[in-house]
Unconditional design. Structure first.
Ligand code: GCU
Length: 635
């Protein structure tokens, strides 16, 4: 059998991501529409360099049902026709053709795709000194010191990779924003990046610090109703649009984790957001205003965003989108969906996923996140939200994301933002064929095995870290290892794991039922009823919503304690299994890639045991119950 290593082209190059491989002396016949543009030129060039099929004719048409970015591919007798309303639509169609070619898929009679969202955006938490908040794959790819004079070739590759999965917006800087990004010097650097991105249909956005007028220009206040402040933001918007006519807008983290915001001046989030939105409005820009707010003073952190934002429904201007994390706490391996979704019917809302694995083993653990995001969409109707954002996992590592499989999360984010109905399996299959299996003659059962590992990986992480609805058992600060015992004197109670697990000699879990904090009351009635009853509450959310005795009888017949132990055990067993099954892949992939993933899986198994042992030994001190016989006792 022809294996990967017997074909020269198939030596794995992680820096290439899922981008089409150029074909030497390619003779593709590509006909572009008369009204050319930089974007159409990119589409033409990509096809010319890599398409090996029948001639492609691209046409711009007027078809309302395709929306702004949709496309139709129709293979004919002697040519393939690609039509779209816009140049980006043609570009997305071109990349789809190339992805199908790489995957060895034959074209069906017609492919018709219309993205579910107009805004599919990555949020970089990159600081101006090139550190990345919660980044695990090197330094920021934005080399601010060299810009605008020096343009790293990576900017273009990054733009291509995003366009190839349909991502059309990028927030360049951290939500904990330095005001300096809005200074004239930095705006020229931002312009240089925007110019590179434009042909790829990607708009640039910036995280804005609400106190920028005070910090940059010494205004005495940042009160959103102050005339000088309003003028400052208007002038700033005009300055930006003079440089970047298609600037997307601002992302704002306000009155959250110490960031300034309108509440500092007794104004509401809506007043703050609208003031900035009005400055951007004449230029076509938007404000994405984050709902990630909580404070130690209030009772249950999981309730706070809803309490602060829901009453503001209907008060936001039409170019404001409220950006809500998928869960009510903070990107945990598993959370129920945030009850704010569906609770603000007169406000545009968008979801914020986290692609970077802050709470899922950083770049060391294989955790494919498509199943987690699909789970969100199984509770929240995709049609009820306006846009999708993802916190990027990109850095200047050679392969961009540290763990080779972390690339799949960037890819899957883009694909699901394009079409949330795609399955995790199909996306994994597409990604594998374009990346680690590209050019390799991999038997179907091996591909199926790797897809299966990917599909099970997130649940394994949940099991060995915090099963059954447990959350935030993380070590303080870095969020990598377990620390359910963490108690820092004088530390914020809502930053301590004990705030979340509430384990004591009587039992474990956070009582958010109607008898407890009643966070359950923020969900729609029919769901709330189910969640409120521990016998009906899905097991994966049990300890999120209930504090239960250690020997509570589950519907399965197990006690809570035994089941908890078995989940931790299962997480370890699954991870070991991934390690064992990865061996089957060895003959088919590049040896360096094989070794890299094998090494990381070894670390993951070590960490899974560390999590299981640490958590179970700690909880046993409280439960005082023996470990069930069928698990390996922690040491
Ligand atoms: C988490 C994360 C922070 C980040 C914050 C946010 O709390 O740990 O680093 O700034 O989320 O989303 O704003």
């Amino acid at each position: 059998m022809l294996t990967c290593m017997s074909a020269k082209a198939s030596v794995y190059d992680g820096s290439r991501l899922w981008l089409p491989q150029p074909v030497e002396n390619n003779a593709a016949v590509i006909k572009a529409p008369k009204s050319s543009s930089a974007t159409i030129n990119v589409a033409t060039a990509e096809l010319r360099s890599s398409w090996t099929g029948a001639p492609v004719e691209m046409k711009l048409i007027k078809d309302k049902s395709l929306g702004r970015d949709g496309f139709i591919i129709t293979p004919g007798k002697d040519k393939v026709t690609l039509t779209a309303n816009s140049a980006p639509g043609l570009l997305y169609g071109a990349y789809r053709l190339l992805a199908m070619q790489t995957a060895g898929k034959s074209l069906p009679n017609e492919i018709r795709e219309v993205p579910s969202y107009d805004l599919r955006i990555l949020n970089h938490w990159d600081n101006l000194d090139r550190t990345i908040e919660r980044g695990y794959s090197g330094s920021s790819i934005w080399v601010w010191d060299e810009l605008p004079a020096t343009i790293s070739p990576r900017y273009k590759e990054y733009a291509r990779a995003n366009a190839a999965v349909g991502i059309n917006g990028v927030v360049l800087n951290n939500v904990n924003a330095s005001s300096s990004i809005l200074s004239a010097g930095y705006l020229h650097k931002v312009k240089a990046i925007a110019d590179i991105f434009r042909p790829y249909g990607i708009k640039v956005y910036l995280s804005a610090n609400f106190a920028a007028p005070m910090q940059l220009d010494s205004l005495p206040t940042a009160d959103p109703l102050d005339r000088q402040v309003i003028k400052w933001w208007k002038d700033k918007a005009s300055e930006i649009y003079r440089l970047i006519p298609d600037f997307g807008g601002f992302l704002v983290k306000a009155n959250s984790e110490g960031q300034p915001g309108p509440c500092d001046f007794d104004r509401s989030h809506a007043q703050g957001a609208n003031m900035m939105a009005r400055a951007l409005k004449p230029h076509g820009g938007i404000v994405m205003w984050r709902a990630f707010v909580y404070s130690p003073a209030d009772a249950d952190r999981a309730k706070q965003a809803y309490i602060e934002f829901q009453p503001l429904d209907g008060q936001f201007d039409d170019n404001v989108i409220v950006q809500i994390k998928n869960g009510p706490v903070d990107f945990q391996p598993r959370e129920p969906y945030s009850p704010l979704f569906g609770a603000m019917p007169s406000t545009d809302c968008m979801v914020e996923f986290q692609i970077t694995q802050e709470y899922l083993g950083h770049s060391n653990h294989l955790a494919y996140l498509a199943p987690m995001w699909k789970e969100f969409f199984s509770y929240v109707n995709p049609k009820s939200i306006k846009a999708v954002a993802g916190v990027a996992n990109v850095g200047d590592d050679t392969n961009w994301t540290g763990h080779p499989f972390a690339q799949a999360n960037w890819y899957a984010f883009g694909r699901l933002a394009w079409n949330p109905a795609l399955t995790g399996e199909d996306i994994a299959d597409e990604w594998l064929s374009q990346t680690i299996f590209n050019g390799c003659n991999v038997p179907a059962e091996i591909t199926a095995e790797v897809i299966d590992i990917m599909m099970r990986s997130r649940e394994a992480v949940v099991d060995y870290m915090m099963p059954m609805g447990l959350h935030h058992l993380f070590a303080f600060g870095h969020h990598y290892g377990p620390e359910p015992w963490c108690a820092i004197e004088g530390g914020r109670p809502d930053w301590m794991p004990s705030y979340y697990h509430r384990a004591d000699s009587a039992g474990i879990g956070f009582d958010r039922s109607s008898k407890g904090s009643n966070a359950i009351g923020q969900y729609p009635d029919n769901l709330a009823k189910r969640l409120d009853n521990p016998a009906l509450c899905p097991e994966e959310f049990l300890l999120w919503f209930h504090h239960l005795p250690w020997e509570y009888q589950l519907p399965s017949g197990d006690t809570l304690w035994d089941s908890l132990c078995r989940h931790y055990e299962r997480g370890v067993v699954e991870t070991r299994d991934f390690q064992r099954r990865w061996e089957h892949v060895q003959p088919y992939v590049d040896p360096a890639l094989f070794d890299d993933i094998q090494r990381r899986l070894k670390t993951q198994v070590r960490d899974a045991i560390w999590w299981k042992d640490g958590c179970l030994l700690y909880f046993q001190e409280l439960s005082r119950l023996p470990f069930p016989d069928d698990i390996t006792p922690p040491v």
